[in-house]
Design a protein around this ligand. Structure first.
Ligand code: COA
Ligand code: AMP
Length: 629
């Protein structure tokens, strides 16, 4: 473990207040904080409580004031529309002001909320920064989510406006966004006052009603909007993520801690300097998009790449390398699934060889477990450090990884390496004690959490306390299992709850079960994640039907359609198996983990609490004789 990293980590744990105040003073606060840390009654932390700032001013105005306004802030690269564009810091601020002025004239002000449902176009960044400028709390919803998901978020976040576009493009399919927004509004109890629609002119199905307005008419070019100072602990955004119930959780991110932590992470984890180019190949609808497409690169004054495309098929597996060469990307972030997809199409890395990647310094991977094979292939093909790092929507920035800015250590396949400064990660056993080397347990973080990590759940502090702080007193409970080896390398083994990870997308099997169980012909159902060579995991559903159920194929098709229209295509539910009975404990809990082991063909021990062991034998037999044939 290199000494610079070790020293920084120790300082951050021994005296978090001093460590983070020193980082905080690197930002241009409206009113610098005098106090670092205060605790809430439930043990959660409030960072820099008396500081005041504006996140959009730190991302834009600050760099312009430093004389860097003509440098490139954002590059838009869209192979699906054959478009490339770039925005200087000055140009981006003009766009942000234009939208913020329209919002201000509409009466939006600090503390109001807005939902952003946009594809990967620059207007997504502009909308987020315009909200931040006014102190309006944004909630971005991933474009792959269906109207019902939008409605759930509308009812919780209660947005005054929704900002959307006529359509998005998935490879070569036009996805009409506006009808989905309309459907979401119909389903929701809370109705927004206005829907602002950015007209890309790519859809033939964009109905406009009396409360809808084109972005192009709504925004007010050539206007200046003063950034509204907000308190450090005022929320910047809400981002909904899947939990263990059907209802997503609204992670609340505060302005001050977020800005301090993300700026720190850009410099020290990703080893970036102002003016360099960073590319996170994700979507603004996920936390990676929030943190590393939009806010972090701009907080440090880097150039960010906003990519509207896929690792393959847009047009082929060379796209990533073309972008790295063309836009001189220094450091990139993607999910292992994307690398697996590229490798499948180009196993010998022929496309990679055709591109000049001489300025490329590091490839970061996250979002799901990185298998050893994918890590090795990426290392061999790219010849730069390949760093697996672990984090969550809740943390907002990495918790385990390697800090390029402090110098790297050797990586171990399957391990995300070491705790990041600020995160005192420990493995806790079921009895509440700290695990020894190589002993498996729950991955937890000793409190206090550093700046930038979640502060609360929107409208639901009780769920926040119950879900994250109470399971292991004195710690933040991540929901993941893992272990630490004798050299301090941490290994994440997977979720210990019903959350699954499909192509780096976090989804709730509980929510899928709710949708399937609502079908009148389904008596019972269990949904769980099974191994998939490309996407890491995909969901599978086992159903017990009622006596009057129709033949299997028609019912399965109906259920798959129901999942697509309730959650979205990204749920990727492709396999539904009809069984006679589901295995349960004596208290009636379905044994999903054991079912997963049977389907994946991994060894399992017969649960001592099982009610009727013969059911497992029936299911094993079914898989041996039919499904796996
Ligand atoms: N809007 C609407 N639909 C979307 C969507 C969006 N933003 N994103 C995905 N979908 C749809 C897809 O079109 C697909 O629909 P289909 O079943 O009708 O074909 C479905 O959701 C599943 O999409 P996806 O998970 O992307 O699978 P795929 O088979 O189309 O593509 C990969 C496979 C590997 C190319 C793709 O999963 C990928 O790029 N993975 C990396 C993702 C990533 O970077 N995750 C990290 C987030 S931090
Ligand atoms: P999300 O909140 O969507 O970012 O998903 C977070 C979850 O993804 C974590 O709780 C982990 O289960 C998983 N995850 C993210 N990064 C990694 C990683 N590097 N290794 C293993 N699992 C990961």
């Amino acid at each position: 473990m290199n000494t610079s990293y070790r020293n920084a980590f120790n300082k951050s744990i021994e005296n978090p207040a001093n460590f983070w105040l020193e980082q905080a003073y690197k930002l241009n606060w409206t009113k610098p904080p005098t106090e670092a840390l205060r605790f809430n009654d439930n043990g959660s932390s409030m960072w820099f409580p008396d500081g005041k700032l504006n996140t959009s001013a730190l991302c834009l105005d600050f760099h312009i004031d430093q004389g860097r306004g003509h440098e490139c802030a954002l590059i838009y690269d869209s192979p699906v529309t054959n478009t490339k564009a770039s925005y200087t810091y000055i140009a981006l601020l003009e766009e942000v002001n234009a939208l913020a002025k329209g919002m201000q004239e509409m009466g939006l002000k600090k503390g109001d909320t807005a939902i952003i449902y946009l594809p990967m176009i620059p207007q997504a960044a502009i909308a987020m920064l315009a909200c931040a400028r006014l102190g309006v709390v944004h909630s971005v919803v991933f474009g792959g989510f269906a109207p019902r998901e939008l409605a759930i978020r509308m009812d919780d976040a209660k947005p005054k406006i929704i900002i959307t576009a006529d359509a998005g493009i998935e490879v070569n399919k036009i996805i009409d966004y506006k009808p989905m927004v309309d459907e979401g509004i119909k389903l929701a109890e809370h109705k927004p006052e206005k829907v602002i629609v950015y007209n890309r002119k790519i859809s033939n199905n964009c109905p406009m009603g009396s409360t809808d307005m084109w972005w192009q008419d709504f925004h007010k070019p050539h206007h200046w909007v003063n950034p509204t100072p907000v308190l450090s602990n005022d929320p910047l955004y809400i981002l909904y993520t899947s939990g263990t119930t059907g209802l997503p959780k609204g992670i609340v991110r505060e302005n001050g801690g977020h800005a301090v932590a993300l700026r720190y992470s850009m410099e020290h984890i990703y080893g970036m300097k102002p003016g360099e180019v960073f590319w996170a190949a994700s979507d603004v609808g996920w936390v990676v998009g929030h943190s590393y497409i939009i806010y972090a690169p701009m907080l440090l004054g880097c150039t960010t790449v906003l990519f509207e495309g896929k690792p393959i098929k847009t047009p082929d597996a060379s796209t990533f390398w073309r972008i790295i060469e063309e836009h001189k990307v220094n450091t990139m972030f993607t999910a292992p699934t994307a690398i697996r997809a590229i490798r499948k199409e180009d196993p010998d890395g022929n496309f990679i060889k055709q591109h000049d990647l001489s300025h490329f310094r590091a490839q970061f991977l996250a979002g799901e477990r990185c298998d050893a094979d994918t890590l090795k292939w990426t290392q061999e093909q790219l010849g730069v450090p390949v760093i697996d790092h672990w984090w969550q929507t809740e943390s907002g920035w990495p918790m385990i990884g390697q800090c390029l800015g402090y110098g790297t250590d050797p990586v171990k396949p399957g391990s995300a390496s070491f705790p990041i400064p600020g995160y005192n990660v420990q493995i806790i056993k079921e009895d509440g004690t700290v695990a020894g080397a190589n002993e498996e347990g729950l991955v937890c973080v000793k409190l206090p959490l550093p700046p930038g990590a979640l502060a609360d759940l929107w409208n639901d502090t009780a769920r926040f306390t119950r879900g994250y702080l109470e399971p292991v007193p004195g710690y933040y409970f991540s929901g993941d299992g893992g272990y630490q080896d004798e050299e301090g390398y941490l290994f994440i083994t997977g979720r210990v709850d019903d959350v699954i990870n499909v192509a780096g997308h976090r989804l709730s099997t509980a929510e899928m079960e709710e949708v399937i169980a609502a079908h009148p012909m389904v008596a019972e159902c269990a949904c769980f994640g099974i191994h998939d060579d490309l996407k890491g995991q995909v969901p599978m559903a086992m159903i017990v039907t009622t006596h009057d159920a129709t033949e299997s194929e028609a019912l399965e098709q109906e259920l798959k359609t129901q999942i697509r229209s309730a959650i979205g295509a990204i749920a990727s539910l492709k396999t539904i198996v009809r069984v006679e009975r589901l295995p349960k404990t004596r208290s009636g809990k379905i044994l999903r983990k054991t079912l997963r082991a049977i389907v994946d063909g991994t060894p399992y021990t017969m649960p001592s609490t099982i009610d009727d062991p013969t059911i497992l034998k029936e299911i094993e037999h079914l898989f041996e004789t039919h499904i796996n044939q």
